[in-house]
Design a binder for this molecule. Structure first.
Ligand code: GLA
Length: 342
């Protein structure tokens, strides 16, 4: 066998994320400030000449086996094999691939295990790359829509691709622009897992619909102010829209506070964000509220909130180093990488 016949091994590695502030803003083109975290999903394998994708996961005894080319994504088994099929469909894969998926991101914990899986698979499968982080994030987002039907935004995939070590990423989801904001060295970010959730099962789509209804009445929420929101006739739509408008403002203020090293102000904004998600957006649960209160009662905690979609998942706190000893300390890391060798 000549060296050119040897299979090229590809290894794609994508991080999960914790959102520091700006939840339920991405799908109306608003602002968010997540970090990519030091928990990863890794896809390793090689293309081959068979008409089949075969992937073995360390999280599932059953492999994903997807015949190529993929016509109807919904023919694939629900769950992660369907995501594999959706990406193969969008990338128009014709060559087979055999490999493994391993992950240190807990599934269903609200730390974007799905986005990390999509990004690592897409980077491993893509034969037309490299694509920009935004183009890749959009492709992965579309795959998620096809596979799950949940109308999710772009935050998770974009930060998994474009994260910067030691920084939060200020995302403007209207245009897909991002700006790294340095995290002060004296800040620690900790997360505590509260309860498993699945976005597709939740009221997520209902919230997306409510925002669309509010926008039909007062125009884009990313451009609205609290005065225009007050003009909404329906009280539910009014509170949903108020969350979005005030959350966008909090993200801007949070980025300024971080930049100035004002952890007290940054923490207060996180805690206000939780109150808005609980009261106006109604995506918290009593367990999440208790977990946030427990953090806030701990000396050295600047602020805390639910992170991600809500309805379960994790809470995140901004703390002095070492303030909390029974939660997961996360580091902000660089976004996804792909290496071809062999
Ligand atoms: C989920 C979605 C994201 C975003 C968050 C809430 O993680 O995948 O696009 O909408 O919920 O901020």
């Amino acid at each position: 066998m000549s060296p050119s016949d040897a299979a090229v091994i590809v290894e794609a590695r994508a991080p999960g994320r914790v959102n520091l502030i700006g939840d339920h803003t991405d799908y109306t083109g608003g602002l968010a400030l997540p970090i990519a975290i030091d928990r990863h999903t890794v896809v390793r394998g090689a293309s081959n000449d068979s008409p089949l994708l075969t992937l073995h996961s360390d999280q599932d005894p059953n492999p994903a086996e997807v015949p190529l080319p993929v016509g109807n994504v919904l023919d694939a088994d629900p769950g992660w094999p369907r995501l594999v099929a959706a990406l193969a469909h969008l990338l128009q894969l014709r060559r087979g691939f055999a490999g493994t998926v391993t992950s240190t991101i807990p599934i269903g914990a609200g730390l974007s295990s799905s986005a990390a899986l999509e990004v690592s698979l897409a980077l491993a499968f893509d034969q037309d790359g490299p694509r920009s982080p935004l183009a890749m994030a959009r492709l992965c987002q579309e795959a998620e829509h096809l596979a799950t039907g949940a109308p999710t935004g772009i935050m998770d995939q974009l930060v998994s691709l474009a994260g910067v070590a030691g920084h939060g990423l200020l995302l403007d989801c209207a245009v897909g622009e991002y700006e790294p904001i340095p995290l002060p060295p004296e800040a620690e970010i900790v997360v505590r897992f509260v309860a498993e959730r699945r976005v597709a099962d939740s009221a997520y789509a209902d919230r997306v619909r409510a925002c669309a209804l509010a926008e039909a009445e007062i125009g884009p929420l990313r451009l609205a102010d609290e005065q225009s929101v007050a003009a909404l006739s329906d009280p539910i739509l009014r509170s949903r829209a108020r969350h979005v408008v005030t959350e966008n403002r909090r993200v801007r203020d949070f980025a300024v506070a971080l930049g100035a090293g004002d952890l007290g102000a940054a923490g207060r904004l996180m805690t206000e964000s939780h109150a808005s998600l609980r009261d106006d957006y109604q995506v918290s649960t009593p367990q999440l509220d208790r977990a946030v209160s427990a953090f806030l009662g701990t000396p050295g905690v600047f602020g805390a909130r639910l992170t991600g979609a809500g309805f379960g998942g994790c809470v995140v706190a901004l703390t002095k180093p070492g303030a909390v000893d029974d939660a997961l300390v996360v580091q902000a890391v660089d976004g996804a990488t792909v290496i071809h060798s062999g």
